[in-house]
Ligand binder design. Structure first.
Ligand code: PRT
Ligand code: ZN
Length: 285
């Protein structure tokens, strides 16, 4: 029987969320005792625990069939793999930052300057697209200290909260790319592996949809129902049930997590009462 080999990060910013995603997909991965390979108990997959930098290459070479890695890593490594799905975690950006006391006139600042980064490919593409000629100093880590020790004039590094830049006296001036965790796949999977992958993607999408949406229940007077239905489109249209109290009904629907507070204000204005918002565990469209 075929087994789909999945590469995830062994330890780091992607590992916990990757494991949690599989758990929510009903795939049990044992914690393992430092081993690099883990077989799932109840789904035909084998998990390989690797450094994130190596995942694109291993997927291209079919050591692993698919992998979970940051988009920044996929595009930096330039491997021939398919990007199948954004996963909505490990969100960050690759940005240029300069010493905070320096004035910034625009991208011309970088002309003939030295910029330290662990992302030389993405940075040189950015400089080419903005017609900037600058020197790129490749570093494998601690990029943020480069200007302070006189190694570079600026840096290009991953930023999420911005606190690393702040504590190193740097300020973000340009965004080179946005990134989040994605699933990548080898381009030549055999049909059996492809089938397992499709079953896995089906589950992942159900988990993602559930995370991105909330179930909402509310009470409303009948005359407000039409307005409320316009605010609450739902998966098809809202469910409307009569309440024991005459002239009132209960509406059930689904709202997007990121539109949630806007919708709540609109609903209250339209006459909704007793609003309940409930997390969804799985959502299959
Ligand atoms: O050991 P291994 O090689 O597997 O791991 P790693 O240390 O190379 O990678 P890791 O775990 O740090 O990051 C894995 C992936 O997480 C990255 O490729 C990004 O896609 C994503 N990610 C999300 C981040 C961050 N957020 C992040 N904040 N990767 C790194 N950082 C670092 C950044 O380099 C900087 O040093 O965190 C610092 C900035 O964070 P803030 O919050 O201070 O802005
Ligand atoms: Zn790494």
């Amino acid at each position: 029987m075929s087994i789909l080999k999945i590469a995830i990060q062994k330890s780091g910013r992607l590992s916990e969320s990757s494991r949690k995603l599989f758990e929510e997909c009903g795939i049990k991965i044992s914690n393992g005792s430092g081993s690099l390979k883990v077989i799932a108990g109840n789904f035909p997959v084998e998990i390989l625990l690797l450094r994130d930098d190596d995942i694109p290459q291993y997927v291209e070479q079919r050591v692993a069939d698919i992998g979970i890695v940051g988009e920044n890593m996929v595009y930096e490594k330039k491997k021939d793999v398919a990007v199948l799905e954004q996963l909505g975690f490990a969100g960050c950006r690759l940005s240029l930052a300069i010493p905070k006391e320096e004035s910034y006139p625009g991208t011309g600042f970088f002309m003939n300057k030295k910029v330290a980064t662990s992302y030389p490919v993405l940075l040189s593409e950015y400089f080419a697209s903005t017609n900037i000629s600058a020197e790129i100093e490749e570093l494998s880590g601690s990029v943020e200290i480069a200007p302070g020790i006189g190694l570079a004039d600026a840096i290009c590094d991953i930023v999420s909260s911005g606190s690393t830049l702040l504590t190193n006296g740097l300020r973000e001036v340009e965004m080179v790319m946005k990134s989040q965790a994605v699933i990548i796949s080898n381009r030549n999977l055999d049909p059996e592996k492809q089938k397992i992958l499709e079953r896995l993607l089906f589950r992942i999408r159900a988990v993602k949809n559930a995370r991105e949406n909330k179930y909402i229940l509310l009470n409303a007077p009948e005359e407000a129902v039409e307005d409320i239905c316009r605010i609450l489109p739902g998966m098809k249209s809202p469910t409307i049930l009569p309440l024991a109290e005459k002239g009132w009904c209960s509406l059930h629907s689904v709202v997007k997590e990121d539109e949630f507070w806007d919708r709540i204000d609109q609903l209250r204005e339209a006459g909704a009462e007793g609003i309940l918002v409930i997390p969804i565990e799985k959502m299959i469209l």
